[in-house]
Design a protein around this ligand. Sequence first.
Ligand SMILES: Nc1ncnc2c1ncn2[C@@H]1O[C@H](COP(=O)(O)OP(=O)(O)OP(=O)(O)O)[C@@H](O)[C@H]1O
Length: 357
Amino acid sequence: MNAYDDTTSTPAADRLVGASADGEDQAVEAALRPKSLDEFVGQERVREQLDLVLKAALARGATADHVLLSGAPGLGKTTLSMIIAAEMGAPIRITSGPAIQHAGDLAAILSSLQEGEVLFLDEIHRMSRPAEEMLYMAMEDFRVDVIVGKGPGATAIPLELPPFTLVGATTRAGLLPPPLRDRFGFTAHMEFYAPAELERVIHRSAQLLDVGIETDGAAEIAGRSRGTPRIANRLLRRVRDYAQVKADGLITRDIAATALKVYEVDERGLDRLDRAVLGALLKLFGGGPVGLSTLAVAVGEERETVEEVAEPFLVREGLLARTPRGRVATPAAWAHLGLVPPQAGGPGSGQQGLFGA
Ligand SMILES: Nc1ncnc2c1ncn2[C@@H]1O[C@H](COP(=O)(O)OP(=O)(O)OP(=O)(O)O)[C@@H](O)[C@H]1O
C-alpha cells in the first residue's frame, strides 16, 4: 500500500501545493524576489529577449515598450515586472484588472503616472470593457479621453499622458482581445521551471533565509514543487520548520522527504486532493472513463474544485486525460499509486462507459 494512500479529500483552500499566494507567501515573497535579470533564475529566452528590449530602450533614452507576460500563477510575472522597473531605473505602480472596474479608475491611475514609470497590471484579462478601451488609446498614443457629463451633453476632454511602460500579466493570454494583445511591443510566455532551475531557486532562497541545505535536499524539494518557484519557496519553508524542530536545522534529502511526507506532498508533487481524485478514478471506476460530476461526488468535492484545482496538474503530469467520454487514467497513474490496471477483457474492463457525467 502506498504511503500516502487515503481517499478522504482536503478542502481546496490552504493547499501547500497551490500556486496562488497565501498570506504568509505575500509576507516573505518580497524578501525572496530576485532584484535584477541576472538574479532571475531560468526562463532563459524570456530573459535574453527582455534584456535586449530594455538595453535598447536605455540606449535610446526612451521608455521601454509595453510588455505582456503570460503564464501560470507563481512563475514570476510580478517579480519580472519589478525587475523591468529596476533595470530601467523607473518607479513602479502595481494594480490589477479586477481593481479597475470603471474607466475613471484607470484614468486616475494613468494621469498620475510619472514619465517612464512602469504600470504593472496583473490579471489584465479581468479588466472591465470600458477600461480596456481606454487602455488601447493610452498605450498607443499616451492619451486618454475623459468623458465629462452624461447623455447627449457628454463631452470628451483629451488628456495627454507621460510616456510609460505597461507590463500586463495574465494567466490566460487567449482571453485577451486581439486589439489589446497587439498593442504590446513584447510578449513573453513563461514556462514551468525544470527541476534543476527550481533547485537554484531553492538554494538562493535558503541562503536568503539563512537555512543550511544540501544539494540532495534541494533536489528533493524541487522535484515536488510542480515546476513553480512559489511552491518551491513554500515547501522550503515547511521543510525548514521540520528540520529545526526534529533535527539540527540542516536540510538533507532524508529530512526533506520525511517532512514532505508529513505534509502529504508526494515525490511528484501531488497532494491529498490530487491523490484522492486519482485514487477514486482508479479504484472506484477502474481508470474510467467517468464523468466529472461522478468523480467529484466520489471525492466529496465540488465539480469546479476537481476540474480547476486538481485536474490541470494531473493532466500536465500525464496522469489523467480529459476525453469526450469522461476522465481516464493513464498507465502512469496506475504506476504512481502502485496499483495494477485491470487486464483488457478481464474484470473491470467492462466498466467502460458505465459512468455518466
Ligand atoms: N525566476 C525566478 N527566480 C527566483 N525566484 C523566483 C523566480 N520566479 C518567481 N520567483 C519567486 O516566486 C515567488 C512568486 O513569484 P511572483 O509573485 O513573481 O509570481 P507571479 O507569476 O506574479 O504569480 P501570480 O500570478 O500569482 O501573481 C516570489 O517569491 C519570487 O521570488
